[in-house]
Ligand binder design. Structure first.
Ligand SMILES: [Zn+2]
Length: 431
């Protein structure tokens, strides 16, 4: 049984082989902190939390980084609307993000690098790209030369013209003024006076989005990592562009595996701000228990769309309560109590218990194997949850006959298996 992962780069499932024995480096793109996180953020970070937990369960030593884009047009715009300092707004939104991810049981990253704390690294990287001929300066701004770098195509499997065509409604794409090519992107931009800016060899300004992740990821994780993660919408242009930067600088692929989670839908529509069907995590967490939200977010295979509705949430709640109570009963009754006098009614059931216990432990062992099989199949949490529901049935049947474990060995085995399920899924916090 080996772990296979769907790699967005090759568009197929591949056997997972870490670059370094038993060590895994993961970089998951963090939010641009201009607003409170929405439920789509929740799905992404809960899923990558399970990726991390499962790799740890398999015995890997995982280094996990998530950045914060704490300076961007959207932050400056929103801060102006609110009459706040952009840096103050970013700080508040980072706090909100961490707070809500804590509620969802997402383990803290080993590091949360922030763009504003890495301006020097980003400038240095842009300078190096200019020296190597992959970037050029136009009027105080620095652009990456996509054509010189070999063009796009690391992650996208269609011509970039096709992807961008939708946005320009079929109009011919001409390079913006001063740029060499139509897809050349900004590494350093001039800023309007009054907006947050930093000194650079090209004048006051701030970095472009893609180079930020290239600079922060390679600074802490080295020139190549095992897994880059994020939502589907990050494949292009963000991951494509930041990976291209790293590739030309270090002459090797940036990430070995690219994982991208699907969107959340409402009805048949993708949840988005512009459609007004947008739900913040804060709202969802007010309405439902933290662990129910986490459980719901893991209810579908991560690449498939996930439908958000009250019915789906209610179903998730019922399923989770069932799993939680079964796991809790097992853990609570696992340590056998000292023998005591039993009434005649109980004598009968006691006789059946050794068999029932053995039967349960066998079934749980088998479920554990199926659970690992499901998770090895591209982290199929949907199937893993189905298995946990079966596990609850086994435990319910057992407790109807036996109430609790009589044999320490069987009890401890069952308890260990339940704990393993929970270590990976993180759905039963009070264990
Ligand atoms: Zn990123």
């Amino acid at each position: 049984m080996t772990l296979t992962i769907y790699n967005s780069k090759t568009k197929r499932k591949e056997k997972f082989v870490a670059q370094e024995d038993k060590k895994v480096k993961i970089y998951v793109c963090g939010p641009t902190v201009y607003d409170v996180p929405h439920i789509g953020h929740g799905r992404s970070y809960v899923f990558f939390d399970v990726v991390r937990r499962y790799l740890e369960f398999l015995g890997y030593n995982v280094t996990f980084l998530t950045n914060f884009t704490d300076i961007e047009d959207s932050i400056v715009k929103r801060a102006h609307e609110l009459g706040k300092e952009p840096m103050r707004l970013a700080e508040e939104m980072i706090e909100a993000f961490l707070n809500e991810m804590d509620k969802l049981g997402v383990k803290r990253a080993n590091l949360y690098p922030r763009v504003t704390e890495h301006i020097k690294d980003i400038i240095k990287m842009a300078q190096r790209l200019i020296e190597l001929g992959y970037a050029y300066v136009v009027d105080g701004e620095v652009f990456f030369d996509v054509q010189k770098a070999g063009g796009y195509g690391l992650l996208i499997d269609r011509p970039v013209e096709e992807i961008v065509a939708r946005e320009v409604e079929g109009k011919p794409i001409t390079p913006p003024l001063g740029r060499h090519g139509p897809y050349d992107f900004t590494l350093w931009r001039r800023t309007r006076s009054g907006d947050p800016s930093w000194d650079s060899p090209w004048g006051k300004g701030r970095p472009g989005w893609h180079i930020e992740c290239s600079a922060m990821a390679t600074k802490y994780l080295g020139p190549s990592i095992d897994i880059q993660g994020g939502g589907l919408d990050l494949i292009f242009p963000h991951h494509e562009s930041s990976s291209l930067i790293c590739q030309v600088l270090y002459d090797r692929p940036f990430a070995k595996y690219y994982l991208h989670n699907g969107f959340i839908t409402v009805g048949d529509q993708k949840m988005s701000k512009s459609l007004g069907n947008f739900v913040t995590l804060r709202e969802v967490l007010k309405k439902y228990d933290d662990q129910v939200v986490r459980f719901f977010l893991l209810g579908k295979q991560y690449r498939a769309p996930l439908e958000y509705s009250d019915e789906e949430m209610t179903k998730a709640e019922l399923d989770l309560r069932r799993i939680q109570s079964a796991i809790k009963i097992t853990v609570k009754t696992a340590a056998p109590k000292p023998s005591r006098r039993v009434g005649s009614k109980e004598k009968h059931s006691l006789k059946e218990c050794p068999d029932a216990e053995k039967n349960l432990v066998d079934k749980l062992g088998d479920a554990r194997n199926r659970f690992i099989e499901a998770m090895n199949d591209d982290f199929n949490t949907e199937e893993a949850i189905r298995i946990l529901l079966r596990v609850s049935e086994y435990i319910e049947e057992f407790t109807q006959t036996c109430k609790r474990f009589r044999s320490a060995e069987a009890g401890q085995q069952a308890k260990a298996i339940c704990k393993q399920f929970n270590d990976v899924m993180g759905v039963c916090r009070k264990l």
